[in-house]
Write a protein that binds this ligand. Structure first.
Ligand SMILES: *[C@@H]1O[C@H](CO)[C@@H](O)[C@H](O)[C@H]1NC(C)=O
Ligand SMILES: [Cu+2]
Length: 188
């Protein structure tokens, strides 16, 4: 084994790996996971404003995920229309009811999303949740980018565009860094 050249190649590969990890971290910090009801989880709540109070403490954006924790068999997560939410009706389900906990629900579109428990009597006892999802990730805690030349674009009109451009910025920068590292190892 030629130690000189092998070492250079290893360092180049290492630099590339670091860059790729940095790029994927940059992507992941853009999405948040919201545990519905916090430690209380998804139950018949202590009062009628419990889930709307919880939702008001959160900022939801496209790409985020809701997690419903409940006792499997005791509750369900049913995505419904606004009228289904208002009337506690499961006759117009969106997709199928989730009966197994934990239920992970990705928020893939902007706008209002409605969920109720499908067990009779639970929704009318306020086990229901509505969330308003913003089109772009504008969380209360912006991702702290360690070494980016500029923050990922947040002025895009659509979330997908914004997220994608942010990722591209991070990926491009990381790739450029990796190439500079690689080049310097070969030149030295
Ligand atoms: C509802 O219940 C929660 C949890 O017990 C409590 O923190 C909150 O103050 C209650 N809200 C009202 C309006 O009673
Ligand atoms: Cu229930």
């Amino acid at each position: 084994m030629g130690s000189g050249k092998g070492g250079k190649v290893s360092w180049s590969v290492a630099a590339l790996m670091v860059a790729l990890v940095a790029a994927s971290l940059a992507l992941e910090t853009a999405a948040a996971t919201h545990v519905v009801g916090g430690s209380t989880g998804w139950i018949i709540p202590p009062n009628s404003s419990f889930y709307s109070d919880w939702a008001s403490t959160q900022t939801f954006a496209v790409g985020d995920t809701l997690v419903f924790n409940f006792q499997t068999g005791s509750h369900t997560v049913d995505k419904v229309t606004k009228s289904g939410y208002d009337d506690c009706s499961t006759s117009n389900l969106i997709g199928s009811a989730i009966t197994t906990s934990p239920a992970s629900v990705p928020l893939t579109t902007a706008g209002d999303h409605y969920f109720i428990c499908g067990i009779p009597g639970h929704c009318s006892a306020s086990q229901k949740l509505s969330v308003t999802v913003a089109s772009s990730p504008t969380g209360a805690s912006p991702p702290t980018s360690a070494a980016g030349p500029s923050p990922p674009g947040t002025d895009g009109s659509s979330a997908a565009t914004s997220l994608l451009s942010g990722f591209r910025t991070a990926a491009t920068f990381s790739l450029a860094t990796a190439l500079v590292f690689a080049a310097s190892f070969f030149l030295l």
